[in-house]
Write a protein that binds this ligand. Sequence first.
Ligand SMILES: [Zn+2]
Ligand SMILES: [Zn+2]
Ligand SMILES: [Zn+2]
Length: 266
Amino acid sequence: MLHEFLLLGCGTSTGVPLAGCVCAVCQSNNPRNFRNRTSGLITFASGDSFLIDAGPDLRHQCLTHKVRRVDSVLYTHAHADHILGTDDLRAFNFTLKNRITCYGTTETLQGIRSAFPYIFAPNEKYLGGLVAQLDVVEVPPLGEMSVHGVLVKYFPLPHGNVTVTGFRIGELGYATDCKGISPEAREVLQGVKILFLDGLRWEAHNTHNSIHEAIEIARSLGAETTYLIHTTHTIEYDEVSRKLPPGVKLGYDGLRVRFEDYSATR
Ligand SMILES: [Zn+2]
Ligand SMILES: [Zn+2]
Ligand SMILES: [Zn+2]
């Protein structure tokens, strides 16, 4: 079955432009230097849609790309730039009249519950309008699970003290917020065709891949095309694109790719 991945945002935790910054990238008119917080949306062949993280730019991203459906969400981890749009998920509760299933590891779901206590443990005295109607499903740090009838393979990624969930669906692999990759991730991602991979900036960082590290990971996995995501305002799209090796590209907000999940018999 052929599915679509839409890159809703490819920016680092601050977004690009960085508020208050007067550097050339932050003042650039090139739309590819405008990066919302890193997030994606998979629309399966069935029409069901699977959001990858619900960051602070979620509402704006959905309006920009005319997203009409969010049926479920995979949270990669509970850092603010990946979860703080959670409240805005209720727009889809209103329009679709459905509850939304949120997938994450125990650690990630714990972080989301404590960031949004009024959603997961509502205080009747304090309620205003309708809170987001969310159901949670725990995913194993390593393993596979069907989402809307499509097999999703999950694996852990090292991100400082936090373990991030990466995933693979057929030809597509996604590994945001990581410094290196785990042996488990390496096994699952081997030979991946389309890879979205953390490549923060040229300079080294404690918890994110530098672009040099990302290139090396992509090469070692034999990835056919790798899109670097979670990039900062030190990355000028055209200038850096010219320096990347064949098969490695910068992601950009609004990028759409189609991919197979190898289960054509369904
Ligand atoms: Zn992040
Ligand atoms: Zn800047
Ligand atoms: Zn993070």
